[in-house]
Every structure is written in C-alpha cells, then in structure tokens.
Ligand binder design. Structure first.
Ligand SMILES: *Cc1c(COP(=O)(O)O)cnc(C)c1O
Length: 379
C-alpha cells in the first residue's frame, strides 16, 4: 500500500548543495544568504521589505511588539486559527478578543469585527484560513475608520492573493511560516513583509537585540531597543532560497490536486465542501478540509482512523477554536456555544492532503478512500 502523507517537505539536490556550501564556509548567521532570501521573498510577494525571522510565531510576536501592543490593550483575533495568532497578543501582555468565523471560508467574519472594537482595541489581526484570502479591502476599511493597524497571519498563505495583491501586503505586517508542512520549508523559519521599508528596518532591529550598527565597520554598535534574538541562520536561509525558486511549481501542483480532489469529493453524499474560491480570491491551496454532514458527524474519529489504515494522512484545522483551548478558557472564561461557526468547523472537518508531493493518482486514491470510510465498509 502506498502511503499518502498529509505533508512532506520536498528537499532535493539543490537544497543539499546549498546547505553544504554554508557548512563549508565560515558565516553561519547574519550573512549574505539572509539578505538574498529576503530579497527573493520581496520579489516573490511584491513586498517593499522583508525580514527573515526564526518562525512565524516570532514574526507575529515581533509585529505586535513593533506596533506597541502591551498590557491593558485588546487585539481583535479570529477564533478559528492556530494558537500562535492569539499567543502573539498574549505574549505582549494584551488581551485577544475573538471573533467567530464565516461559514463559506472559515475566515474571520468581517461583519462581526466592528462590534468587538472597544476604546482599548489597538489592532486587528486576521488569518488567511487554509490559504483562502480574507476580503482585506473590507478589513482595511474598518481598521482605517478606527485608526487601527492590521496584522496578517499568512502562515498558510504563501501564494495567496486578493485583488491581485499578495497576502500580507494589505495590512501593516504579514507573517509567514516555513515549518515543514507549510508551502515551503527552512525546517523552522518565518518572514515578515511590509509595504513600508522603514517598518522592516525597525523589525530587523528588534529581531537582533535592538543592536544598531553603523555603516562604518570599525565603529562600535549602539543598542536602541530591548530586542529579541529571533534570527534565521544562514543554513535555513540557504534552504529558503532554493525552496522559493520551486514555489511556482509547488503552487501549480497544489491547485491541480485541489481541483481534482474537490471534484471527486463533491460526488460523495453526506460531505460538504467550501465552495471553490473565485477571483478576486486566489488561494494558496494549503489543504482541502471536508465537512461531515449531520449523518456522519459523530463518526469523525472512526473515519479518520479508517483513512489512516488506508495509508491516507489527515489533519484537523483546528481541533478547537482558540478561545476554547484550556488556557484561553480558564483565563477569559469562554464557553462552548460562543463561536458556533468555528466550533462547527473544528468538530466536523477533516483536512486532506493536496501538497506537491502528491499527484492525480493519489487524489483518486483519497477520493476512493473517503468513499469507503464514510460507507463504513469496503467499497
Ligand atoms: C503554522 C502556523 C503558525 C505557526 O508557525 P510557526 O512557524 O510554527 O511558528 C501560525 N499561524 C498559522 C495560521 C499556522 O498555520
């Protein structure tokens, strides 16, 4: 039986050679590869500036620090996201204020953002859930009306565009992840993009201790902020440069897989799918989440287990809305029923693989496997 893993990094000879070159030299951090990776990322996304950082969580944290978020502040955060989106706010000593998802995409329900804005609100944070863009013009319009900056969690959105503009470039900071199951990998890694080069300069300062270096190499450095050590190494940046070259091909394969899987699954009774994104929404096709209808909902564990025995890897994005994880529940007293759309996504979805490690034959195997698993017997 052929295994169909949910995600698999695709690292070839070019990546191995690039890493070996770094190991053969003397510069492991703060070198030419970081600069080159940032430049390549700017070119790929159209950003005016990009700062490589240790991971997406660091990118999100640094973005909020940079915006001056602190104790007593509130930040609007989507309920249906990775915990890191909310942790970034929490780590600043501020309070995440959660907004439920909309049913068509799982993205933050833009119509419900404004009702959660208070005099303490300092920013709006959004995530492009599974790679489908949030209608950012609407978010930016609300943010501007209230004088609030916008942070975009783009961990699943490399290749995502809305109205032709890449995700991360609508708001004030866009944060990407290069964790192994994402669109491309540097093992661990992240990037912050912005339309404002001055902002990226400030983020670069905060990334490395707040150290300010003069152009003149003989002069001593000064420290102008309480910064972090959130750097990305030359080894990781070398991987990133090579992986980014492959992104157009990765995106093409993801899209083909997604469309084939979507067509196959749409013929199975009892399963619901998000509608295919249409222009001006351009997805990065991170994965395909299917939703079990009323008749199948109670059988999710069994269906996942059956797919597993068929060699089909799955995941759940995300097992609970963030406010219902123990930490947030205990801290802020959230209860079931407060985020009905996000709760439904968490309770009923099964995420299926569409990554570039797979092709059309594997998509057909997944469709057949889902048919068999929901039938509860061998098809
Ligand atoms: C993976 C992920 C993160 C965290 O990324 P790291 O690079 O592992 O820190 C944050 N947000 C979302 C939406 C993610 O999917």
């Amino acid at each position: 039986m052929k295994k169909i893993p949910f995600g698999m990094p695709l690292l070839g000879e070019a990546e191995k050679r690039a890493v070996a070159e770094v190991l053969g030299g003397a510069v492991l951090v703060h070198g030419p590869r970081m600069h080159a990776f940032e430049k390549a990322f700017e070119a790929f996304t159209g950003a005016a500036g990009a700062a490589a950082v240790a991971n997406c969580t660091a990118a999100l944290h640094l973005s909020h620090v940079h915006l001056g978020i602190g104790p007593g502040d509130e930040v609007i955060v989507p309920a249906q996201t990775h915990v890191a989106t909310a942790h970034a706010v929490e780590l600043c000593g501020a309070k995440p204020v959660f907004v439920d998802a909309e049913p068509r995409t799982g993205n933050i329900d833009v119509d419900r953002i404004e009702e959660r804005i208070t005099p303490r609100t300092r920013a709006i944070s959004v995530v492009h859930f599974l790679g489908v863009p949030v209608a950012m013009d609407r978010v930016v319009e609300i943010a501007e009306r209230h004088g609030l900056p916008v942070v975009e969690d783009c961990a699943l959105a490399l290749g995502t565009r809305y109205r032709g503009r890449h995700a991360g470039l609508w708001g004030d900071a866009g944060c990407f992840s290069f964790y192994p199951v994402k669109h491309m990998t540097t093992s661990e890694g992240g990037m912050i993009v912005s339309r404002d080069p001055a902002r990226i300069g400030r983020l670069r300062l905060l990334r490395a201790f707040g150290v300010e270096r003069k152009e003149d190499p003989t002069s001593l450095y000064d420290v102008t902020a309480a910064g972090y050590n959130y750097r990305l190494s030359e080894i990781q940046c070398a991987l990133g440069i090579e992986q980014l070259k492959r992104m157009p091909e990765f995106l093409r394969l993801r899209r083909e897989n997604y469309l084939r899987l979507h067509a196959g699954l749409s013929e199975i009774d009892g399963i619901d799918l998000f509608p295919l994104p249409e222009p001006p929404f351009e997805s990065s096709w991170y994965c395909l989440s299917m939703f079990l209808g009323d008749r199948l909902a109670a059988r999710r564990g069994e269906i996942v287990a059956r797919l597993q025995t068929l060699g089909i890897g799955t995941s759940i994005y995300y097992p609970r809305p963030v406010p219902l994880f123990t930490y947030y529940r205990e801290r802020y007293g959230y209860r079931e029923g407060a985020f009905p759309v996000a709760e439904r996504i968490s309770a009923r979805s099964i995420a299926l693989p569409v990554g570039p490690h797979l092709g059309p034959d594997e998509m057909d195997v997944v469709v057949a496997g889902v048919k068999e698993a929901v039938a509860g017997r061998r098809a």
